[in-house]
Ligand binder design. Structure first.
Ligand code: SAH
Ligand code: SF4
Ligand code: F3S
Length: 484
C-alpha cells in the first residue's frame, strides 16, 4: 500500500462532535501549473445516485472547465472519464462495477485516458480495496469531502502516472466558492446543507457524506438571487434532510425561515428535497401553504408502515406520528401531491409488518413512491442483523407494494382529466419530438402537444388523458396577447 494514499475509514466516518462545521470560503485554488492542464482535453462524467451527486457533478464540471477542459459529447472522445458513484444499495454499486469493467477495454485502446472514481462509493473501505486490487485502470480516487482538491489530485495523477488516492473520512466542512457548471438551463439545484446525522440503521449516507452541516443562509440566498437573475425558473433546495436545516448552527435560523426568504426572492418555482418526517414543523407547513411559488409536492419518506419496524430502522417516528403529520399537511395544503420511499424485506420483516406498510399506503394513497428491497450496507448496524426473510419473499413483497403504488398513482391522476395545469416545459419529449414534456406544480410528468413551446416556458395545458406515471394534454394556446 502506498504511503501517501489516504484511504477511507468507516469507523472514523461515524464520529460526530458537537462543534459547528467550519465554513471555508477560500479552499479552492488554481495553481499556475494546473490552470492549463485541461487545455485541449475533454471530460465525461457519469453520475449515479441522488441529486446531491448531480449537484457535485456540476461542481466537478465547473472545476474542470476552470482548468481548460471542455465537455465531451461521448465517452469515446473523452480524455478524462469520471464516475461519480452512489453507495446507497448494492445494485447502484453493481452498475459502477460493471462500468469499470467496460472502461478497461477503452484504456487498452487509449492508454492516455485518465479514469477517476469519486462520490459515495469512494468513501467505502471495501470498494476502494476492490478497485485498488482489481481495477488497475482507475488512475484517481477521491471522495465527497475533497472536490476542491481535484486540480491538485488530477495534476498528480496525470503527471506522475501513478495512482492517486485521497479520501477523507471526517465530519466535513461547508466549502463555498467552488466553480459550477450547471447542467440545467431553467431548473437548478441549490445545496442548503450537507451530510446526515440520522443514522437510520440500514443507511450508508451518514458515513459517506459526513455530519449534518448547514450553509450560511446569506450564501444560499445569494445563490438563489443569482439564479433568478440568470433566468432560472425553478430551484430545488437540497439536503438529505432539509427540515433539519440550521439546527447545527447557533443562529436559530431554520428551514421555515429559509423557505420563506427563498420564496420571497420570487423564483417561479421553489421545491425542496428530502424531508424527514422527524423535523417537519407547523411553521414549515404554514410557509408552504402561504406561498404560491412553493410547489405543493411533498416527498415524505416513510420506509415502513410498522412502528416496530420503524424503531428497528431508527427512524424516530411511529406509524401514528407519521400519519398525523401526513394528514396535517394534506389538510393545510389542499391539492398537494405526496410521494414517499419504502423499503421492503428489512431483516426479519414479518408478513404482518409488511401488511402494515400496505395498509399505510392505502391510507396515504401516494402519488408515487420509490420502493426498494433492503440492501445490506457494510458498516451499518442493520448489516450485522440476522435475516430470516428469503429473497423470493422480498421480491414478492416489492411486487405487491408496487402494484398498490401504481393503483393509487392512477387513481390520483383521474381528477386531472379535463383540468388545466401549469407546466414548466423541459423540451421536446424523449419519445416523440412532436410532443413536449414538463412537470406540473404537483410534480406530475405532462406530455403535451403545442404549436410551439420552449424549454423554460411556463404554459397552460389541458389534460386529455391520464396514465399512472404521466398525464397527456394539449397546450391552451393564447388567442390574444396577454396584457398586464
Ligand atoms: N435522506 C433521505 C433518503 C436518502 S436515501 C431520507 O431519509 O428520507 C434514499 C432512499 O434510499 C431512502 O429513503 C431509503 O428508502 C432507500 N435506502 C437507503 N438505504 C437503503 C438500503 N440499505 N437498502 C434499501 N434501500 C435503502
Ligand atoms: Fe439515510 Fe436516514 Fe439519513 Fe435519510 S435520514 S440519508 S435514510 S440515514
Ligand atoms: Fe447515493 Fe450518496 Fe446520494 S449514497 S443516494 S449518492 S448521498
Amino acid at each position: 500500500m502506498k504511503k501517501d494514499w489516504k484511504l477511507p475509514s468507516l469507523k472514523a466516518a461515524q464520529i460526530r462532535t458537537p462543534q459547528e462545521a467550519a465554513i471555508e470560503r477560500s479552499l479552492f485554488a488554481l495553481d499556475p501549473q494546473v490552470r492549463s492542464l485541461g487545455i485541449g482535453r475533454r471530460y465525461f462524467i457519469h453520475t449515479y445516485g441522488c441529486q446531491a451527486n448531480e449537484r457535485d457533478s456540476e461542481t466537478i464540471a465547473g472545476i474542470l472547465e476552470a482548468m481548460g477542459f471542455v465537455p465531451a459529447f461521448t465517452e469515446a472522445e473523452a480524455d478524462l472519464i469520471l464516475l461519480n458513484t452512489c453507495a446507497v444499495r448494492k445494485n447502484a454499486e453493481d452498475k459502477v462495477i460493471g462500468q469499470l469493467g467496460a472502461l478497461k477495454r477503452m484504456k487498452r485502446e487509449n492508454p492516455d485516458l485518465i479514469f477517476a472514481v469519486c462520490g459515495c462509493m469512494a468513501q467505502e473501505e471495501d470498494i476502494v480495496d476492490l478497485i485498488l486490487k482489481k481495477y488497475h485502470q482507475v488512475d484517481l480516487i477521491f471522495g465527497t469531502h475533497n472536490l476542491h482538491r481535484l486540480p491538485q489530485l488530477l495534476m498528480q495523477a496525470m503527471m506522475s502516472h501513478e495512482r492517486t488516492v485521497e479520501i477523507f473520512s471526517k465530519e466535513g466542512e461547508v466549502i463555498e466558492n467552488l466553480p459550477v457548471r450547471r447542467f440545467g438551463k431553467h431548473k437548478a439545484w441549490v445545496n442548503i446543507m450537507y451530510g446526515c446525522d440520522k443514522f437510520c440503521t440500514y443507511c450508508i449516507v451518514p458515513y459517506t457524506r459526513g455530519k449534518e452541516r448547514s450553509r450560511d443562509p446569506q450564501d444560499i440566498l445569494a445563490e438563489v438571487r443569482e439564479l433568478k437573475t440568470q433566468g432560472y425558473k425553478e430551484i430545488t433546495l437540497l439536503g438529505q434532510n432539509v427540515n433539519a436545516y440550521g439546527k447545527d448552527r447557533a443562529s436559530g435560523y431554520g428551514f421555515a425561515q429559509l423557505l420563506r426568504d427563498t420564496a420571497e426572492i420570487g423564483v417561479d418555482r421553489v421545491r425542496f428535497t428530502t424531508s424527514h418526517p422527524w423535523d417537519f414543523t407547523d411553521e414549515m407547513i404554514e410557509v408552504i401553504a402561504a406561498y404560491d411559488n412553493i410547489m405543493p409536492a411533498i416527498h415524505l419518506p416513510v420506509q415502513s408502515g410498522s412502528s416496530e419496524m420503524l424503531k428497528i430502522m431508527g427512524r424516530r417516528y411511529t406509524r401514528e406520528e407519521y400519519l398525523a403529520l401526513f394528514h396535517k399537511i394534506k389538510e393545510r395544503i389542499p391539492g398537494c401531491s405526496f410521494t414517499t420511499d419504502i423499503i421492503v424485506g428489512f431483516p426479519n420483516e414479518t408478513e404482518e409488518q409488511f401488511e402494515m406498510t400496505l395498509s399505510l399506503v392505502d391510507e396515504c394513497r401516494y402519488d408515487g413512491a420509490f420502493t426498494f428491497i433492503y440492501s445490506p450496507r457494510t458498516g451499518t448496524p442493520a448489516a450485522r442483523m440476522q435475516d430470516n426473510v428469503p429473497a423470493e419473499v422480498k421480491s414478492r413483497r416489492l411486487q405487491q407494494l408496487n402494484e398498490k403504488i401504481a393503483y393509487y398513482a392512477h387513481q390520483n391522476n383521474e381528477p386531472y382529466l379535463g383540468r388545466i395545469v401549469t407546466v414548466l416545459v423541459d423540451g421536446p419529449s424523449k419519445k416523440n419530438d412532436q410532443v413536449y414534456s414538463g412537470y406540473s406544480e404537483t410534480n406530475k410528468l405532462v406530455n403535451f402537444t403545442a404549436d410551439h413551446a420552449e424549454a423554460g416556458d411556463l404554459v397552460q395545458v389541458r389534460i386529455t388523458e391520464i396514465h399512472s406515471w404521466s398525464l397527456n394534454g394539449e397546450k391552451v394556446e393564447q388567442s390574444q396577447p396577454q396584457t398586464a
